[in-house]
Structures are given as C-alpha cells and as structure tokens.
Design a protein around this ligand. Structure first.
Ligand SMILES: Nc1ncnc2c1ncn2[C@@H]1O[C@H](COP(=O)(O)OP(=O)(O)OP(=O)(O)O)[C@@H](O)[C@H]1O
Length: 433
C-alpha cells in the first residue's frame, strides 16, 4: 500500500555547478503542425480574433505566428459581449495560458487603477510563470500585474494594479485585510481548474474567493484535465458556461512517447535513473516522486555520484524554490527532482524527458491519471518531442500503471533495463539523445 504524500520540509541539495548549461537544439524546437487534427493547427490568424493593436504587438513580440486550436476556438467565445463563462480543456502545452491571458488583457481599462482581473493557480511557481506571460504579452498595454503568493511581501494598502495573479491562501488573506478590492473584477480565471475546485484540495478556498467576485464577472476555468467527478461541480462554479472539452482518449499528446522500465527493486530504480542521466546528452529532465523523502534520496544519491541534480518541494522557503527553478529554467541544472508541486503548468521547453520514479496515486493510494498526464506534459510542449519513462518495480506500481494506460487508451511501451545501447537507441529515436 502506498503511503499518503507527506508534508515537505527539507533543505534543497546544494550543487556544484560543474556541468555546462544545456540548450534547446534545433531538433527539439521543431514544431509539428502538418496534421490538421493537431491541437496546434489552425486556419485563423490572431488578427481574425479581434485583438487590440497593443495586445497583438505583444503576441507577435513573443514570436507567436498563429493561434493554436484552443486559442482559435476559445478566444471568440471568451471575448464576445456580454461576457460568458468558460470551461476550457485542451492537451498540455497547447497554449491555454495565452487564451486566458488575452482575455484578461482585453477586458482591462488601464486608466482605472484598481484590480480588474484575478487569476488563481495552485502553486507559486505557476503563478510566477503566468505573471511573466501576462507581463510579456501586455507589455505595450500599460497594464500592470501583481503577484499575490505566500513568500511575497504583504501589502499594507490596497493594491492598485490591474491584474492579480496568485495562489488562494494569499489572495484570501488580502481580501480579509482589504488590500484586495474585488469590486471592479470583471474576469476571474482558475488555471488548473480541476485541481483548484477539487473538494479534497483547494476547492473550499477557491469557492470562498469566488463568492467575493461581482455577480457580473466572467468566470474562466482552464485545465488539461476535468475528471468526471469535478465536471458537474465546475458547471456550478461557472454557470451557463461555454464548454470546450475532450475525451480521455484525446488527451495524450502526440509528441510525448510513453515508456516503462521493469525494475527489480527501489535500488534498481535509482541505478536506472543514474544510467538514464548519463545517456541524456541534450535537454533536461524532470523526475517525479510521490514523497519528499524519495525526492531527497534521489537528489542525494545522484549528487553523490557527481551529477548536477536539484530538488524542489512544496515546503521549501519561497526564495529557495525560486532559485532552484530559475537555475533549471536557465539550464544551469540538468535534472530536477520534484513532487507533484510542479507537476502542473510549468513550461520549460527544453525538458525532453520526464521520469516517474513513482507512479502517481491520489490521497487514497488509488491511480491518479490526471496527475500522470500533467507530469508527463512537462515535456512535449507545443509540438516538441519528448519521452516519459515510468519506473515500475512491484505489483502496486504495475497496477497503477496499467490503470493509467487503460484510462487514456494509449499504450505504454516497454524499454529494456539491461541493455544500455538499446536504451540509447530509444532515446535517440525520440529526439532525447
Ligand atoms: N500560438 C502560439 N504560437 C507559438 N507558441 C505558442 C502559442 N501559444 C502558446 N505557445 C507556447 O506554447 C507553450 C505552451 O503553452 P502553455 O504553457 O500555455 O500550455 P498549456 O496549454 O497551459 O499547458 P499545461 O496544460 O501544461 O498548463 C508555451 O511555451 C507558449 O509560449
């Protein structure tokens, strides 16, 4: 029986930075748009979507050429008046952030110095990333953003920035202290919405914040996953929504090849990880564990072998978390070991391998296909190639993997554990080596 995920509270490993930064290669950034069924292929242009000039300038400044399918489908619905709520689903890495960002930017009046849009995310790292996207896309608009997360300075007076991006704890706190005035909020976005409204998790907090939104505000829920049990609740949270949804079988991203390796024991899994690391010459990889202790052990063992590996957990100090993720984004570290804290939303294009050291389970120890999909979705972003490798070693991990495979109807292919040449060949074939 798997243990419940524990609270996380340990120091991150300090790493000697003896290895050169890794860069994306041409092969990795090649985007596959040939297939018109692809969630990235569209016939529309950003101009067709009726975006304002200053916003378009920001979009093109980010080198976006055409909208992705979710952007093409969702934006006309999101931008039409009177505003209508939206429940939007599309595969990981297909541009949901831009869809809700463009909506927020379009609905702000920059000459009014008061919050007019609120965006919530489940983790600090994701809130920071969203803020960076909004700032970049909105750089010609005069719209200001504010980060409302634990670890940031507590505001003493009401915030006057236009878009608030944060996590539920701090946002609720600011509402209580009257430093976040919600009267003029016209757009309320929940990114990773199934996670945000989940009654076992952040649901209560999100609902309390929801109640503070003006009745006229537009509620936007986005995620790659909306499991059946939260769909009905999502419709109550965002009533009369336009809905863009997908079936479980449509959720797997083409560019992510899924594998498993049949390991003998936990120790063998660690050995395999180290071997994979040595074979990984291009790009970066993320290793997911279910427990903080395992993440620590993995980082410790690999560090002791001279590899540049860092770990990130939910209970680390904010500044430390920021530093670890920044170093990874900048390519100063090649492998990031983590728990589910960064399983969702994090967008680092050069990640081309995700390893599930443990198969994801929920709080009851049952297979968690949604978390699996989000974890492997850290690679294969916007048409890039990536591989995910599941390390299975006992009947429980087998059971969990098979349940996940059945859920998505997508085969997970076996890779030998005893033949490194063959593993290398696999990785090469899928653009990782
Ligand atoms: N129209 C576009 N043209 C080119 N690149 C784009 C476009 N839209 C988004 N991207 C890029 O695609 C990547 C993935 O986008 P984003 O992070 O919004 O995915 P997502 O759908 O929110 O994924 P997840 O479900 O994992 O959160 C980002 O690097 C983003 O800059």
């Amino acid at each position: 029986m798997e243990e419940k995920p524990q609270a996380e509270a340990e120091e991150v490993q300090e790493e000697p930075e003896e290895e050169p930064p890794v860069r994306e290669t041409e092969a990795e950034v090649e985007v596959h748009l040939h297939n018109s069924d692809s969630p990235l292929a569209t016939a529309t242009s950003f101009e067709d979507l009726g975006l304002k000039e200053d916003i378009l300038k920001g979009v093109y400044g980010m080198k976006f050429v055409k909208p992705s399918k979710i952007q093409e489908r969702a934006l006309p619905l999101l931008l039409s008046d009177p505003p209508t709520n939206m429940i939007g689903q599309s595969q990981s890495g297909t541009g949901k952030t831009a869809a809700f960002t463009l909506t927020m930017l379009s609905r702000i009046n920059p000459s009014e110095d008061t919050p007019q849009a609120l965006c919530l995310a489940p983790a600090r790292e994701l809130a920071i990333q969203i803020k960076e996207v909004v700032d970049e896309m909105g750089r010609y608009t005069g719209i200001r953003t504010y980060l409302a997360c634990g670890g940031e300075p507590v505001p003493r007076s009401p915030v006057r920035d236009h878009i608030i991006i944060g996590t539920p704890g701090r946002v609720q706190d600011m509402m209580k202290r009257n430093t976040l005035n919600t009267k003029a909020i016209s757009v309320f976005v929940l990114d990773e919405a199934d996670n945000m409204i989940d009654q076992q998790g952040l649901g209560d907090q999100s609902m309390r914040i929801r109640r503070m939104m003006p009745a006229s505000s537009q509620v936007i829920l986005f995620s790659a996953t909306f499991p059946d049990e939260v769909r009905a609740y999502a419709q109550r949270f965002a009533p009369n929504s336009n809905m863009i949804t997908l079936k479980a079988e449509e959720l797997s991203v083409e560019g992510i090849k899924q594998f498993y390796m049949d390991c003998r024991s936990k120790e063998h899994k660690l050995e395999i990880l180290t071997a994979l690391y040595s074979l990984l010459t291009i790009g970066q990889s993320m290793i997911f564990c279910n427990h903080r202790d395992t993440a620590d052990e993995v980082a410790r063992t690999m560090t002791a072998q001279g590899h540049t590996v860092v770990s990130l957990h939910g209970k680390m100090e904010a500044a430390e978390r920021d530093r670890v993720l920044k170093d990874f984004r900048d390519g100063k570290t090649k492998v990031l070991v983590s728990t589910n804290v960064i399983a969702r939303g994090i967008d680092i294009l050069q990640v081309n391998m995700v390893v599930n050291m443990d198969l994801p389970v929920d709080l009851h120890g049952l297979p968690d296909p949604e978390t699996y999909l989000h974890r492997i979705g850290r690679t294969g972003r916007f048409g890039r190639k990536g591989v995910s490798i599941n390390l299975v070693h006992d009947p429980m991990s087998w059971k969990v993997m098979n349940a996940i495979q059945d859920h998505f109807g997508k085969q997970i292919i076996r890779v030998p554990t005893d033949n490194y040449d063959e593993i290398e060949e696999f990785l090469r074939r899928y653009g990782v080596h």
